[in-house]
Design a protein around this ligand. Structure first.
Ligand code: GAL
Length: 944
């Protein structure tokens, strides 16, 4: 074989780029979201045949480029696969199973489910000829997990973690002016965390086009330092040259203030880096009297960075940043912009009711807003880097973030993940602290933990010296990590003596990185272990854990503690402690999986923010409990609260700071009323009324619409005849939608095994036992002939392509599990000959109008069990000896329509997440239930 030297190839490529880059100079970068129109199918984790024959090739794609096989090959026929848009989580779409993972919320997917642990995604894109000369790359924000990506059959790489963003340069593999195939194989057969993690491409994917000389992804780093009410801004930019331009370039950096007005600009001349080399350019800018970023006024500035070559802009890149100062003080806690700020935080995982981990961006805003309403100002991304949109939401809404890497260690594997997280996230003003570990029990108390911490801490400072580092520690606070970590992260006061640790390490700042882990079910006021419901009264959950109130009193009383982060803000799937199957979500949240508040929210609201609060619990629907004592609690920041039952005072009580009030009340139906006083003045009234049975359904759309969204969160509740919301209702509600689609439904019930999504089932049925007969006719039959049964031989076996028959009959079988009239059955034929005539169970079938190789099979010619297909064709001829001929007749696709979308209310509420389609019409959502008046909601959403 003729060998071409690497050098010659490189030269060729450089020339190629240089020829074409000339014409492209004026073009700036494009970042194109390519979430729409993917094809998806589940594969198999070890049976290659069920994995569409992937990794069966004689030459593996691991040692021959372009040899991606099975679905990884560009020519693979995916017409029978499901069409979907990203983000997507296939785990949430599955049923629940007792054999499922406790950590992952018992979904029948991933670990232990080899047929539901591999997801294949395919997408075709056209890249115009005019893009030749640009650098083309694919950017993934995160795929769960162990993804392999192929482009036009070329294997691009593997990203093991489900939490890292990654990028592949595909420039050399592109079919310019034609079709290109992106293929992703995600393998969720192993878990990373001990909590629900979803499965699939659950974050955004982009196609990026830049000039060969460009700013690398996450290639800017903005540091603002405030001096005498002005800000000195250092803007560092990393550029890379994947072309052959040698010569000077200009780097122009411009700052726009929150109103979009230019406030500073600077230009530097420098030399383009050498081929495939990078260079860092640092510019100093000034912002006079900056508007600071803080949690109440999250002012954001924009840095625009441009590269100019011979006066023309060849790349431009935008970086949002904020101007603010952060400081930890070992005595006085945390300071934002020079002012003390107690951190009132929550930990959270990244899933939500109905949609699992595939959150549309709007949901990030929804969730952060819910936390802010509770008075929360801090968010710990436990225990992995979040999706970038979460940080955007925190920047824009004013929420401080602890950004956490996944695994401690000092090797490339660990440090590279940490580096990528810091480089991606260090311009977000919301991020105030890096966390490099959580509860590393193997090492946290000893010298190994100490060494690893020192290295990870120093390493993180080398990338971002402006933020401190913490680690959540839980097995005693005495030695090991505790003695060296910059900001001590106490995970639970019950795990050690926090005051004693602080007395020993007086110069070390600290905060409660986890506290709480209390158990509560929304709307439940008597613990019912048999049914796995925990009462919502705040209580000490386990011997070494404390109630939310105990926790907050402890942290609030100690100025040296910067604050506490509750485990957790929202319930999440998995970790249904203290129960197991059939409980599928956690009980720890201040809010349930949908974001409906449990009563603890109002405790926090009382003491975490300044608006007056008065909350009365429980509800007052206790039929059958007449005369029995009920615990009535009040959460409030009023000075005093008086309680009344049916207008009779049950006494006025003084509120202790950070406390709550309790009464024992003999139940009688009617009106329970609390009146809150401040400075002896009535300021608030709160009522719980006994309701009657539900009479009508009410749909309420969440008012906020931060992104001019095409997604909305809708609350479903039921009202009695007086219009009172019924807090105990559990009616099953059925939904239908026009002008959009439903993404998921939930109700916050930790034991609900109802479906989260209602999507049509697609089953792919192979044609088996394919046999053939040589025929001597050239006219293909119009009716199914009866062939002699003796002449059938295995199809294509030892075919002599130089001596083929004039025509062939093929006979195959396919098995249908059922033949319901509602099914749609399609045969996606793949050419095994010319001019095919096809018979199914003796009936001639004709190709569909939209695709000449698709046959719609009506259910009246099909049957449950074995079906027989005949394909009669003239043979395909080999042109060259080495041509590989198709021997696969294609696949049968059975679509079974889903049931209508439905969900039971849980203690009065359900949630439905909807997305507008691209038409101009409004979204119309209808809800109905047996015996209830239906509701219809007209929702005006924006097109995206
Ligand atoms: C902590 C852990 C969290 C969660 C929590 C439940 O130990 O860091 O991830 O598991 O316990 O109580």
């Amino acid at each position: 074989m003729k060998t071409i030297s690497l050098k010659a190839l490189l030269l060729y490529f450089v020339c190629l780029i240089s020829i074409h880059s000339f014409a492209q100079d004026k073009q700036e970068r494009q970042l194109i979201l390519i979430d729409k129109d993917w094809r998806f199918s589940l594969g198999h984790s070890y049976e290659t045949q069920k994995d569409f024959g992937h990794a069966e090739g004689y030459f593996s794609y691991l040692s021959k480029t372009g040899f991606g096989d099975g679905p990884a090959a560009p020519g693979f026929d995916d017409r029978a696969w499901r069409k979907l848009d990203l983000p997507h989580d296939w785990a949430v779409e599955q049923d629940f199973s007792e054999k499922g993972s406790f950590s992952h919320g018992f979904k029948a997917a991933g670990k232990g489910f080899p047929e539901k642990s591999i997801g294949w995604y395919r997408k075709k894109i056209t890249i115009p000829e005019s893009d030749l000369g640009k650098i083309i790359s694919l950017k993934f924000d995160g795929v769960f997990r162990n993804s392999k990506v192929f482009f036009n059959g070329h294997f691009l790489g593997t990203e093991e973690s489900g939490y890292n963003g990654f990028e592949y340069d595909v420039t050399a593999y592109v079919n310019y002016g034609g079709e290109n195939t992106i293929v992703v194989r995600a393998d969720a057969s192993m878990e990373e965390g001990w909590f629900y993690e979803g499965a699939g491409i659950y974050r955004h994917v982009y196609l990026q086009k830049t000039n060969p000389l460009h700013i690398i992804s996450n290639g800017t780093y903005v540091i603002a330092e405030i001096k005498n009410s002005n800000a000195g801004v250092t803007a560092e930019v990393t550029i890379e040259n994947k072309g052959n331009y040698k010569g000077s370039i200009e780097i122009v950096q411009t700052i726009l203030d929150p109103s979009g007005k230019q406030v500073s600009s600077i230009s530097e001349n420098t030399l383009a880096p050498d081929f495939y080399k990078t260079a860092k350019i640092t510019s100093k800018l000034q912002v006079l009297n900056p508007l600071l970023w803080d949690i109440d006024t999250p002012n954001l500035y924009l840095l625009q960075t441009q590269i100019k070559q011979e006066g023309k802009i060849i790349d431009s890149y935008e970086t949002n940043f904020g101007i603010r100062t952060i400081r930890f003080d070992a005595e006085k806690g945390f300071f934002l912009n020079g002012k003390p700020l107690k951190l009132k935080g929550t930990n959270n995982h990244q899933d939500h009711a109905g949609i699992g981990t595939a959150l549309p961006d709007e949901l990030q805003y929804y969730r952060i807003k819910k936390l802010k309403e509770m008075g929360c100002n801090g968010y710990r991304c436990s225990h992995n880097p979040p999706t970038p949109e979460l940080l955007d939401a925190c920047d824009k809404l004013g929420m401080l973030v602890i950004d956490e890497t996944r695994l401690m260690g000092i090797n490339d594997y660990h440090l590279n993940d940490l580096k990528r997280m810091i480089e991606r996230d260090r311009n977000h003003p919301s991020v105030f602290c890096w966390s490099v570990g959580n509860e590393e029990w193997n090492i946290e108390g000893g010298i190994v933990g100490e060494r690893i911490t020192n290295i990870m801490q120093g390493f993180s400072k080398s990338i971002d010296p402006t933020r401190p580092v913490t680690i959540g520690i839980s097995s005693g606070f005495k030695s090991g990590i505790s003695s060296v970590v910059e900001i001590m992260g106490y995970n639970y006061m019950g795990n050690g003596d926090i005051d004693a640790h602080r007395n020993e390490f007086k110069n070390q700042s600290g905060m409660g990185t986890e506290e709480g882990s209390t158990f509560a079910t929304r709307g439940i006021y008597f613990t019912d272990d048999a049914n796995h419901y925990q009462s919502a009264y705040d209580k000490k959950p386990r011997p070494t854990f404390y109630s939310i109130e105990e926790g907050w009193k402890f942290y609030a009383a100690r100025p040296y503690l910067a604050g506490m982060f509750i485990w957790t803000g929202f319930d999440y799937r998995g970790e249904p402690t203290p129960y197991g199957w059939p409980s599928v979500t956690s009980y720890f949240g201040m809010m349930d999986l949908c974001g409906f508040p449990k009563d603890n929210v109002f405790y926090l609201k009382s003491w975490w923010q300044n608006e007056p609060v008065l909350h009365l619990m429980p509800h007052w629907n206790w039929k059958g409990m007449e005369g029995k004592e009920i615990d009535v609690w009040v959460y409030s920041n009023c000075d005093e609260v008086e309680l009344f039952l049916n207008q009779k005072s049950l006494g006025k009580k003084k509120m202790e700071q950070y406390g709550h009030l309790e009464w024992k009340v003999k139940y009688a139906p009617g009106t329970l009323q609390a009146i809150g006083y401040k400075n002896d003045r009535k300021i608030l009234t709160e009522i719980q009324k006994t309701t009657e049975d539900p009479e009508s359904i009410k749909l309420l759309v969440d008012a906020q619409n931060p992104l001019k969204a095409n997604v909305a969160v809708v609350t479903v509740e039921v009202l009695d005849k007086k219009g009172l919301q019924v807090p105990t209702a559990n009616n099953e509600i059925t939904f239908s939608i026009k002008g959009g689609k439903i993404l998921g439904v939930g109700n916050g019930d930790p034991t609900s095994l109802e479906k989260d999504t209602f999507i049509d089932d697609i089953t792919l049925v192979s044609i088996t036992n394919l046999k053939e007969q040589r025929l001597s006719e050239t006219n293909l039959p119009q009716e199914q002939p009866s062939y002699s049964q003796n002449n059938w031989v295995t199809a294509f076996k030892d075919r002599d392509y130089k001596n083929q028959a004039l025509s062939y009959a093929y006979q195959g079988e396919f098995d249908l599990k059922n033949n319901s009239k509602n099914n749609s059955v399609n045969f996606f034929y793949k050419k095994i000959g010319v001019e095919a005539v096809i018979f199914v169970n003796g009936n001639k079938v004709t190709a569909s109008a939209e695709d000449a190789q698709k046959y719609i099979l009506k259910t009246d010619i099909l049957k449950e069990g074995k079906n027989i297909i005949y394909i009669i064709v003239k043979p395909l001829q080999k042109i060259k000896d080495w041509d590989v001929m198709n021997t696969d007749p294609g696949i049968i696709q059975v679509i079974t329509p889903s049931d209508p979308w439905k969900r039971k209310l849980f203690n009065g509420y359900a949630q439905i997440i909807i997305q507008k389609d691209e038409s101009d019409s409004d979204v119309i959502l209808s809800a109905s239930a047996k015996g209830l008046k239906a509701d219809v909601l007209n929702i005006n959403l924006k097109n995206k």
